[in-house]
Design a protein around this ligand. Structure first.
Ligand code: NG1
Ligand code: MG
Length: 616
């Protein structure tokens, strides 16, 4: 069952952050409340705050829009949208405010703690479907708020009922965010999600009988963000809504959005994920046509070619667009659950596997039952990809005309079907093979990473701390995460609590971390070589990181700039960060302040997801 529980309401900050994060967040919230009072003359007791965090993706890059699952986690950096529907205190002498709307609409007044985000306001009929609202022609930070508002209203209209409370005439808003922009940590999704939540709360639809549950809210945020111009997947908004502290979130998208929390193992010594931003901004709005959106088109073309190769019926004009995941699912459902090499048989059209094509025998899988199918299928597909999409010269890609010819459709029909946004491939060629190679191998790495975490959780429950006494071997402990109340919690993944087959009873922590790090390193390589979404600065940080204690290090987020994430043993973290400062930041950005450096490179252990806060 998808989780439709309402987004939680927090009444104190220790319900929002882990103690470590709380240490430096409290002051920030007080500043926000003070600033609200100064801007609008409204006291903190009339305020609500919607909080949506950014995220770090641990593994599973550029596969959410292909339908495959990912393993991100929310971070403490977040967007806070403070809002009030009350009028300023009559004695308030602040700057002029746009008047409350007199024609039954609602005036939203938008201001930001950061002066680089200029104030604005807009009017909307909150009883309508959002179609009276358009995004600013030139991108503005308010675009995300407006997109979130449109998304919520559209959803409410389509799903019976609008506001449960009379829409206010004016909403006063002050935003304060700490997710660095263009850093691959999803500031945009945090902003869109926090905005959608604020609007939902204003309309009285966050909780109560007709609450819009977390799954619908997440889908609204995903749809809303696409309005801003990127064909993104749904990883970031899911992580922002569903994350639990000290857990990773396994997010699946097909057949529908599903998020399950998996505890991070407690190891001796403990480990951290350290985020290091290249400080090269990746502005998707500008670059999407030859980077992000182009990759989406390349994977769509690959999915169609794969369907054709497998002899599956498909309609290139169907929506939702057939993704790799849907095609793989369709193929295996058709083929049945049998293991072993694929052979032509009478149940399938001959074309499924061309003459002479062989598939390598599948390695025996130790994966738990729920993931076994997925990993098995992916291994099979990896064996087929070369046959389906590869061949001499194919590293350089195919033109739209060549793909159309293979698919036996007109070039224009195909181009229309796959490119709903402008893209600019280099030399007119779409690299379908190498992109697919990344997608399938990365999807498999997600399963493998998840499997390590699940096996560890099972192992750790059996290894009591007593068992290590007198031994200098590092050993795993049960994660305490499941015993801690967690406000914004996704359901726990059942495989972390059931009895799994555990092959390596005394798997030492070190090798556990090495396995995780190894997968992260492989992911990076695949991003560099097959997906070409790295850049010299990302490559440099990753290699400095590995030379200085990172057990694994990779790009996080879309790439082409933005941040890296490294798996680092906790005692090594200070030295690791110092090394990055010395070898990367001091060389490339010698004039950064201490604060700017602290914003560029910092450890995280994963935080809880979004909530609404109201002081009691
Ligand atoms: P970033 O780079 O954080 O904006 C983007 C997409 C994700 C996902 C990753 C790559 C958006 C909002 N998010 O994240 O859906 O595809 O790239 O794995 O565009
Ligand atoms: Mg983004």
């Amino acid at each position: 069952m998808p989780d439709q529980s309402p987004l939680p309401l927090a009444t104190s900050l220790d319900e929002v952050y882990t103690p470590a994060a709380l240490a430096h967040e409290g002051e920030r919230w007080n500043n926000l409340f003070d600033a609200f009072q100064k801007e609008y003359g409204v006291d903190a007791k009339h305020l609500k705050v919607s909080r949506a965090p950014g995220r770090v993706n641990i593994i599973g890059e550029h596969i959410d829009y292909c339908g495959f699952s990912v393993l991100p986690a929310a971070i403490e950096r977040d967007v806070l949208v403070a809002f009030a529907t009350t009028d300023p205190d009559p004695s308030f002498k602040g700057a002029d405010l746009p008047a409350p709307n007199a024609e039954g609409k609602t005036t939203f007044v938008l201001r930001n703690l950061s002066s680089k985000f200029t104030p604005t306001s807009f009017e909307v009929d909150l009883a309508g479907d959002g179609s009276d609202l358009s995004l600013p022609k030139d991108h503005h930070w308010s675009s995300y708020f407006i997109a979130g508002t449109k998304g919520v209203l559209k959803h409410l209209q389509a799903n019976a009922g609008t506001a449960t409370v009379a829409p206010p005439k004016r909403v006063l808003i002050l935003v304060g965010g700490t997710v660095p922009e263009g850093s691959g940590l999803s500031s945009s999704s945090a902003m869109t999600t926090a905005s959608a939540i604020a609007v939902l709360e204003v309309l009285g639809r966050r909780d109560g009988e007709d609450a819009v549950g977390r799954k619908d809210l997440t889908n609204v945020a995903i749809e809303s963000e696409r309005l801003v111009g990127v064909n993104s997947g749904g990883m970031d908004q899911s992580a922002s809504v569903f994350s639990r502290s000290k857990h990773l979130l396994h997010v699946e998208f097909i057949p529908h959005l599903e998020a399950r929390a998996i505890p991070l193992p407690k190891t001796i010594p403990p480990f951290s994920f350290v985020i290091a931003n290249t400080l090269v901004k990746s502005e998707k709005k500008v670059t999407a046509k030859f980077q992000y959106n182009l990759r989406v088109v390349e994977t769509r073309l690959g999915a169609l070619l794969l369907a054709k190769f497998l002899g599956l019926p498909y309609n290139i004009e169907s929506r939702p667009f057939p993704s790799y995941k849907t095609i793989v699912d369709a193929y295996f459902q058709h083929r049945g659950p049998s293991h072993g090499p694929i052979r032509s048989n009478s149940q399938r059209p001959e074309k499924l596997v061309p003459d002479g094509a062989t598939v390598p025998a599948l390695p025996s899988s130790r994966l738990p039952p729920r993931t076994a199918g997925g990993a098995h299928e992916l291994r099979t597909m990896i064996g087929l990809i070369g046959q389906a999409l590869g061949g001499p010269g194919m590293e350089n890609g195919m033109t739209m005309a060549q793909v159309a010819q293979k698919l036996e459709v007109g070039e224009d029909v195909l181009a229309n079907a796959v490119t709903d946004r402008e893209v600019e491939p280099q030399d007119g060629r779409f690299k379908v093979w190498t992109r697919a190679r990344h997608v399938f191998s990365e999807a498999l790495r997600v399963y493998e990473f998840k499997d390590i975490l699940c096996r560890t959780a099972a192992t750790s429950q059996r290894a009591t701390p007593d068992a290590v006494e007198g031994s200098d071997k590092p050993i795993l402990e049960t994660s305490s995460a499941d015993s801690e109340p967690d406000l914004a919690s996704a359901p726990l993944d059942p495989y972390t609590t059931s009895s799994l087959a555990v092959p390596d009873e005394d798997d030492p922590s070190k090798s556990l971390l090495e396995q995780m790090g190894g997968l992260m390193n492989e992911s990076m390589k695949s991003c560099q070589v097959d997906y070409e979404c790295s850049c010299p600065e990302l490559d440099e940080i990753v290699s400095i990181a590995r030379r200085n204690g990172a057990i694994g290090s990779r790009v996080t987020g879309a790439g082409w700039g933005g941040a890296t994430v490294s798996l680092v043993s906790e005692p090594d973290v200070p030295r690791f960060i110092e090394a990055l400062k010395k070898e990367y930041y001091n060389k490339r950005y010698p004039s950064l302040s201490e604060q700017e450096l602290a914003d560029a490179v910092f450890p995280t252990k994963s935080e809880a997801g979004a909530c609404v806060f109201q002081q009691t």
